[in-house]
Design a protein around this ligand. Sequence first.
Ligand SMILES: *Cc1c(COP(=O)(O)O)cnc(C)c1O
Length: 441
Amino acid sequence: MTLTLDHCRALDAQDPLAPLRGHFQLPPGVIYLDGNSLGVLPKATAARVADVVTREWGTDLIKSWNSAGWFDLPQRLGDQLAPLVGAGPGELVCTDSTSINLFKVLSAALNIARSQGPARRRIVSERSNFPTDLYIAEGLARERGLTLDLVEPEGITAALGPDVAVLMLTHVNYRTGAMHDMAALTAAAHAHGVLCVWDLAHSAGAVPVDLRGADADFAIGCGYKYLNGGPGAPAFVWAHPRHASAGWQPLSGWWGHAAPFAFTPDYQPAPGITRYLCGTQPIISLSALQCGLDVFSAAEALGGMAALRTKSLALTDLFIALVEQRCAGHGLGLVTPRAHAQRGSQVCLMREAQAGDPRELGTGAYAIVQALIARGVIGDFRKGDAPDSASAAPMPDILRFGFTPLYVGFEDVWHAVEHLRQVLASGEWQRPEFNRSHAVT
Ligand SMILES: *Cc1c(COP(=O)(O)O)cnc(C)c1O
């Protein structure tokens, strides 16, 4: 079937989630396909932040720790977020960054493994995991005299064994958009007595996650991607209740203390997930994150994460089909899996250089993304592996398009692909201004 603009408009007209777009402040003329990197500003955020600053802070001052509920905001936001990832109330807190939360849960998991004896000396992860996850694991491995083994996705289960302490994975791969089977991999790890730490940075708010159903051990995730909490928003951390009160995390600051205002010289960890807090919390940032979470609460009445997932798959299916129909012959290839069960909420393309391309411009992936951005279609570029990489299957340079079902519509997908077609057909991407690199890609 040949897809048309009218077809896309009809899909928007039937979309039960379409009203959610009204919760966001999208700049005119922009098709935003980068919500997997930095989510869009909710309309409520600016007023909420202004109120926290001028009234709660400016007028009520220190009373607001109690009167405005600042003190337990990490737990309250945790309870609001928990249903999106299959966690129960009281099991999750919003705090710190993803990297810092990973340090805490990976340390806690390694401590549990060590308490079982000296044999478990390996951390297993994926070579294509997000770098900060690998760097945090590398740092902990170095500090504790452990090894970090990086494997390809097909080699994960074979790498498990009685000498492995922790399997640390990101549920949806940031570059390819490929999604793991959380329940199956967690079960495979547990069969070897291995603990599982899941990074939900590209999952929370994007795909349904069932941490309890999958029997995961620990999880962390990001507040500024699909949750729309704003740049550098607080992240979140979850521990299965069987571990939360048992484990020790090394950032034992006073906010994780059972009685912080007792000011005792010794540390007594709070019960449960509260011990994963460290110091005084960033209240203004947490308040902004709450506005992002409020949109998901509004989405609940329209079908919640299940409806968001249905729309997300419809958007990514449409994008793939349109690229294949309308951009054929320009060397594009699909990197994201076609199988729904293996796909997150983004589509990644690669490009092979074509006869007639200026050789020095390489595959053009970076420049095509820049040319699209200049046209108001915002996706991003992720560098592939160097040709001499140790990887068995080196990753190509990636053009990455995130589809946030809260605010991206089907007509947006049509126009995005039409711009892509024009950028390729005209050779516009070859212009020098699109081939200069920036600090943040
Ligand atoms: C985005 C992302 C992070 C970000 O970590 P920060 O501490 O916020 O910089 C970490 N891990 C993964 C898998 C991500 O996608």
